[in-house]
Design a protein around this ligand. Structure first.
Ligand code: ZN
Length: 179
């Protein structure tokens, strides 16, 4: 017997190491060749739903192409989510240039991100759609390895680095309370 993980199939609560290339409209926009493989916990909404469900049951070493429709990825493009806002509502220190991404405070939803689409004389047009809204995502994926999640990882709902303590962005996570 070798010392490999006893888990060979992607299933809920397992940590999956994944090699991937993401192609949108024929262009590679993200790849593990550049950023390294991702580790995530299956079944914890760490990755987009359409991809997670396609990976379920895959074997270590298995590769496949996964097409995720816009509605199962970042949603359909919403033409109504583009708003013209008076220039006077923007603080002076914000760089108002086309393409700049802003976090806008929404009364109901908290901070939501928007991209400046147009800067006019008295107003700024903000696009609240996700940059990948309306886009089908084409993934080439390969399962590199699978292991059991630790109890702490399951509690946090995300993967921890092997030698590092948790340093996630989740403000509710215990890791920010103990340190
Ligand atoms: Zn954590």
């Amino acid at each position: 017997m070798n010392a490999q993980s006893e888990f060979t199939k992607v299933a809920k609560d397992l940590v999956v190491s994944l090699e991937y290339t993401l192609t949108v409209d024929g262009e590679v926009i993200d790849s593990s060749e550049e950023s390294g493989p991702i580790d995530y916990i299956q079944g914890h909404e760490n990755i987009i739903a359409g991809l997670e469900s396609a990976l379920d049951g895959m074997n270590v070493g298995e590769a496949k192409k996964v097409n995720v429709k816009a509605k199962d990825a970042y949603g359909e493009y919403d033409p109504e989510a583009v708003e013209e806002i008076p220039l006077s509502e923007f603080p002076n220190d914000i760089p108002l240039e086309v393409g700049v991404e802003l976090a806008v405070e929404d009364e109901d939803e908290g901070p939501i991100s928007a991209v400046i689409e147009e800067v006019g004389k008295d107003s700024v047009t903000l696009n609240f759609n996700h940059p990948l809204a309306g886009k089908d995502l084409n993934f080439d994926v390969k399962i590199l390895s699978i292991r059991a999640a630790t109890a702490e990882e399951l509690e946090h709902g995300h993967v921890h680095d092997e030698d590092e303590d948790c340093d996630c962005d989740d403000a509710d996570c215990d890791c920010h309370k103990n340190n």
